[in-house]
Write a protein that binds this ligand. Structure first.
Ligand code: GDP
Ligand code: MG
Length: 346
């Protein structure tokens, strides 16, 4: 989880500091001239070259020259891109970092830790701009206490991303808070999908409304909603079939589902491991229907981790949860803190 991103960011910082330390003294003397003076109103604007580093060590404070900042940003950018951070998110992050570094004073002893702290701050700033997601469980509780039930949640997304499993995780989470739900086994397309939904329903202890393979998915959702009303079950969780690509049939089926079930919330379930394809999938789905939130699954299998940042920053749709394993308990509510501290723990 985020391992590659963490390693690559730390590696870029270490490499940058090491490179600067290894600069030959001769080159340093030349570099110390104009670079050292640039923007030097504080008197400690020092190019991190060997000659000026003595001054830096002496003064105990280092200010990076423009050239040093440029070098570092150039080192860092490909590392971010290779960890699945999208170009747009990487550019935005680096622009913030660049501004921060311009005004930064470093202690020579804690240079590495200080640099890491600046990257953390830039990440917090970037994620702070992304759209804040609703607290799904809180939303459901508010609806229940105002008697506005059933609350209908629709799960959509490509094949195999974890829709059914995630639906189970949400049901389990609700159950822990004493809230009942009913499943609509509306994936009538994929082999064994109905049995899989029944398996989860049994394990969690919730009813499931099902039909046969090939049956009309919205009509099953319709029945599940009727069942919830008849049995006083406040939440209906509606599964759907995914396809590897969105196609016209699937879109029509989805639109019919939205018309019939009138979901209160439509959640896109996507795999964080699917790299740059994920942003396209989200864009394709949201071209046809309103997506209220994203659940990013398989973060535990995602060695790179950059997609969490890309999607949070770029999609314009909030991430509600991360799936971090196959167990029902492995659903982590999204927070900027969780992302930044998982990438770069303090
Ligand atoms: N490691 C891991 N596996 C997951 C996660 N979410 C789902 N899965 C697994 O992904 C596979 C496909 O999940 P499924 O719910 O059937 O996907 P669906 O086709 O979208 O309904 C199953 O083996 C799940 O156990 C997750 O967060 N982490
Ligand atoms: Mg499924």
């Amino acid at each position: 989880m985020f391992d590659e991103l963490r390693k690559r960011i730390s590696g870029a910082i270490k490499g940058f500091i090491k490179k600067e330390e290894e600069k030959p003294a001769g080159g340093a003397a030349a570099g110390a001239g104009p670079e050292a003076k640039r923007g030097g109103e504080r008197g400690v604007d020092i190019n991190l070259s060997a000659g000026t580093k003595i001054k830096g060590a002496f003064l105990g404070e280092i200010k990076l020259s423009q050239k040093d900042i440029d070098n570092f940003i150039e080192d860092l950018e490909p590392q971010l891109l290779q960890s699945d951070v999208s170009y747009k998110a990487a550019e935005a992050l680096l622009a913030r970092l660049r501004e921060m570094l311009k005004n930064a004073n470093f202690k020579s002893k804690t240079m590495k830790e200080d640099m890491l702290e600046y990257v953390r701050r830039a990440l917090f700033e970037l994620l702070g701009e992304s759209k804040e997601g609703v607290d799904l469980i809180g939303f459901i509780k508010t609806r229940i206490s105002s008697g506005n039930v059933p609350v209908k949640i629709l799960f959509i997304g490509p094949n195999g991303t974890g829709k059914t499993t995630t639906m189970g995780k949400i049901a389990s989470m609700l159950k822990q808070d004493g809230i009942d739900s009913v499943f609509s086994a509306s994936d009538t397309f994929r082999a064994a999908a109905i049995e899989q939904t029944e398996h989860h329903a049994k394990a969690i202890g919730v009813p499931v409304i099902k039909s046969s393979y090939g049956a009309d998915p919205p009509s099953i959702a319709f029945d599940a909603i009727a069942y919830s009303k008849a049995h006083n079950i406040p939440v209906v969780l509606i599964d759907t079939a995914g396809r590897q690509e969105t196609n016209k049939n699937l879109v029509n089926e989805m639109l019919k589902m939205v018309r019939v079930a009138k979901p209160d919330m439509t959640i896109f379930v996507g795999e964080s491991t699917s790299g740059n394809a994920l942003a396209n999938q989200i864009a394709e789905f949201s071209a046809h229907m309103k997506i209220d939130g994203i659940i990013l699954t398989k973060l535990d299998c995602d060695a790179k981790g950059g997609n969490a940042i890309s999607i949070a920053y770029t999609a314009g749709i909030p991430i509600l949860f991360f799936g971090t394993g196959e167990a029902y308990g492995s659903l982590k509510r999204y927070s900027d803190d969780f992302v930044v501290n998982s990438i770069l723990p303090k």
